[in-house]
Write a protein that binds this ligand. Structure first.
Ligand code: XMP
Length: 511
């Protein structure tokens, strides 16, 4: 491996992957490794710098994670963040104490002495704190570099030793110059050259997947979504047609999507892609069902059944590829709070396929990084920039029973909505936008005739993570065009309403 590497030692903090991600964004390769690495192992890894992450413990807890002190004498630059900052002080003979008040949230801090770490950062700025303990005395030959009104040692360090500690979280966006501080550490203190790119990630993943999967039979379930598409394309680049992809087409995708999956992945990329055309099967099972949770359950079960049938035709499988990304990893590690909706994804598949190992090549990446990998692999924007789409598809955008006619009406209305949003140049600023077919019919008049047809609702939201959302302020004239087009071009739709509810209290999807 030719590029420089930074080692991020994981002390169990909640932002650790985010630190790794910031380092990658600054074009430096890094790995997140367990904090119990020995100095010899660190030396063998040969990093240009080491970052100690935050963590939930106090250095005085009996079971608090420690670090091999010899790591601090290797001459390799070290940056300790939060717990990492306290641990360095504690290990090198400084003092850490329980603060009178925990600091949580934004705080103003001031640099009181300059160092390469503060290059280009104003004397006063805002940082993001989240701690109870703090350093009250720095080790010998270290200098206090910054403080807040309640945290006397917010930043400290030693130029000679190239070891620094910051009490706040530079990786969090609320730390105004956090990214600059990390950049300074990497470039001015570690001497990073910035030799790592997304292209590098792809190359490395392809090489390591090739080695790992070589000779095996590999299977992937594709949904048409970004994550499974990028994972499959990456694996395909590594092992070619040793990979078989199964695309369960439940007939509940948006207009043109199923065809697009086949055209991009089978025709253009030449993947060994099997489309299980199961639309009729899903419609039959959904007949007469209008309760949202029951619809979701049926679709989830049926999806697994169809996939199982297709997988059996393939025979023995060595590896099952999943498009798990980092936010999914955190989600699944969390305590389950109240179930609002039973989200459907491909998590149930492992139980129905015999295989040796699961492969998750995107496990460490955030969504926007996954999109960048997709672009790097040559996937079109229509796949890579696709808005989030629920596993149960249009079934949860059709209120009441799912029927062929309602599906058609919804598809056409939704297509016009998407087309006009794109034409108005709004696509990039709206998180999700789609049409819903309500369970209401109203009276209208079209060409002197009375009509009694469906009410179509338009839903468009802005959001950062789908946990909360606001309704998008689409200009009236754009809404007017959409309304005119739908009522003119789509049979069985005579009234259009716009949903002006945020989440909470509503959810993004209607069911
Ligand atoms: P809600 O409707 O709960 O949606 O505000 C939040 C986000 O999740 C998507 N969503 C789903 N995604 N399977 C999925 O993979 C599902 O069953 C599902 N239900 C909702 C929704 O589109 C939004 O982005």
């Amino acid at each position: 491996m030719q590029h420089q590497r930074v080692l991020v030692l994981d002390f169990g903090g909640q932002y650790n992957q985010l630190i790794a991600r910031r380092v990658r964004d600054l074009k430096v390769y890094c790995d997140l490794k367990p904090c119990d690495m020995t100095a010899a192992q660190v030396q063998a890894y040969d990093p240009v710098g080491i970052i100690f992450t935050g963590g939930p413990n106090s250095v005085y807890d009996e079971r608090a994670p420690r670090v091999d002190p010899a790591i601090l004498s290797l001459g390799i630059p070290v940056l300790g963040i939060c717990y990492g900052c306290q641990l360095i002080a504690h290990t090198l003979g400084g003092r850490v104490e329980h603060a009178a008040n925990s600091e949580y949230g934004k705080r103003e801090f001031s640099f009181i002495a300059r160092s390469p770490l503060s290059e280009g950062i104003p004397e006063k700025s805002v940082c993001w704190m989240s701690h109870t303990d703090h350093v009250t005395r720095v080790p010998d030959r270290f200098e206090v570099l910054a403080s807040t009104s309640s945290c006397p040692v917010t930043v400290y360090g030693s130029r000679a030793k190239k070891i620094y500690g910051v009490q706040f979280h530079p990786e969090v966006v609320h730390s105004q110059y956090g990214n600059k501080l990390l950049e300074n550490f990497l470039y001015l203190i570690c001497g990073a050259k910035g030799d790592w790119t997304m292209g590098g990630f792809v190359e490395e993943q392809v090489a390591s997947l090739r080695q790992k999967l070589g000779g095996g039979c590999v299977l992937c379930a594709m949904s048409g979504g970004v994550d499974s598409a990028v994972a499959a394309t990456l694996v395909h680049r590594a092992v070619g047609n040793a990979l078989t992809c199964v695309f369960v087409d439940h007939g509940l995708l948006r207009k043109g999507e199923s065809e697009e999956v086949m055209s991009v992945f089978k025709e253009k990329l030449g993947m060994n892609l099997i489309r299980a055309d199961a639309g009729e099967r899903f419609l039959a099972r959904l007949a007469g069902v209008s309760e949202p949770e029951q619809k979701r359950k049926i679709i989830g079960e049926e999806f697994i059944r169809v996939f199982e049938q297709e997988a059996k035709k393939i025979g023995a499988v060595d590896f099952l590829v999943q498009g798990t990304i980092y936010p999914d990893v955190i989600e699944s590690g969390k305590d389950k709070s109240a179930v609002i909706k039973s989200h459907h994804n491909v998590g149930g598949l492992p139980s129905v396929v015999d295989f040796k190992e699961i492969v998750e090549p995107l496990r460490d990446l955030f969504k926007d990084e996954v999109r960048r990998v997709g672009t790097e692999l040559g996937l079109p924007d229509s796949v890579v920039q696709r808005q989030p789409f629920p596993g149960p598809g249009l079934a949860i955008r059709i209120m009441g029973e799912v029927t062929r006619e309602k599906l058609e009406t919804l598809r056409d209305a939704d297509y016009i909505f998407r087309e006009e949003v794109a034409k108005a140049g709004l696509a990039g600023s709206i998180w999700q936008y789609f049409a819903v077919i309500t369970n209401s019919k109203t009276v209208g008049v079209q060409g002197d005739f009375r009509t009694y047809e469906n009410v179509i609702a338009l839903r468009a939201v802005t959001s950062v993570d789908a946990m909360t959302a606001d309704w998008a302020r689409i200009p009236y004239d754009v809404l007017e065009t959409i309304s005119n087009r739908i009522t003119n071009e789509v049979p069985h739709a005579n009234r259009i309403v716009y949903d002006i509810t945020s989440k909470p209290p509503a959810t993004i999807e209607w069911e």
